[in-house]
Write a protein that binds this ligand. Structure first.
Ligand code: AMP
Length: 216
């Protein structure tokens, strides 16, 4: 299974993509996580990406394409993958076609629909574990022990781009650059639109149902 998740920031795509990847036993490939790791490690890509990400803008296509090209060439990605955060532009989508062979039969695209007005609130209450990437929400899915990650006990933090100004910028970028990517896949009849509002388990059920159906 080769599945792409598309959704605005804070739509729950990271949470759902991780869950689906473990259900299907394929790697969860998040370009946002990969970039955050590069920033933390201080690599040349990380140094270039840090301020762009903090502002809510997109990292240049050529950088992203190289990252995804390398990642998809690794052995664990050969049997399938869940892509979370890529492609975000039409240029990236067209490049990905070349990498996955443009195979309509294999690729599925899930778009999580969450209205803009729900996003800002969701994101400002989001906390993530800087070590393992686990995602929490201070209202809906708090860590068991207030401010530390359930898995590894590290203090959970707000991402540097999870502030209101950056979120509004990320939403603008999503509508301008990434919504056309959803239309691109819709025209190929491989897009499934899923309502992203509601408890995590319910949204996950909708995702599984929509994948179980034939074509959209
Ligand atoms: P995410 O964790 O998916 O919300 O990504 C966080 C940030 O990483 C984005 O706001 C962008 O700055 C950058 N980023 C992640 N994936 C991409 C991509 N495919 N193209 C460009 N920038 C990206």
């Amino acid at each position: 299974m080769k599945i792409i998740f598309i959704g605005p920031p804070g739509s729950g795509k990271g949470t759902q993509a991780k869950r689906l990847a473990s259900r299907l036993a394929v790697p969860h490939i998040s370009t946002g996580d990969m970039l955050r790791e590069a920033v933390a490690a201080g690599t040349p890509v990380g140094q270039k990406a840090a301020s762009i990400m903090a502002s809510g803008a997109l990292v240049p296509d050529d950088v992203m394409i190289e990252i995804i090209n390398d990642r998809l060439a690794q052995p664990d990605a050969q049997k399938g993958f869940i892509l979370d955060g890529f492609p975000r532009t039409l240029v990236q989508a067209e490049k990905l076609d070349g990498l996955v062979g443009n195979g309509k039969s294999e690729l599925r695209v899930l778009q999580l629909l969450v209205p803009d007005d729900a996003i800002v609130r969701r994101i400002t209450l989001r906390r993530t574990c800087p070590q393992c990437g686990a995602i929490y929400h201070l209202e809906n899915s708090r860590p068991a022990s207030d401010s530390v990650c359930d898995r590894d006990g590290v203090e959970v933090i707000a991402r540097p781009d999870d502030n209101e100004e950056a979120v509004r910028k990320r939403l603008d970028v999503f509508h301008r650059d990434t919504v056309p990517v959803a239309s691109y896949y819709k025209a190929k009849s491989i897009l499934r639109e899923v309502d992203g509002i509601g408890p995590v388990d319910e949204v996950f059920e909708r995702i599984e149902k929509s994948l179980a159906h034939g074509s959209s």
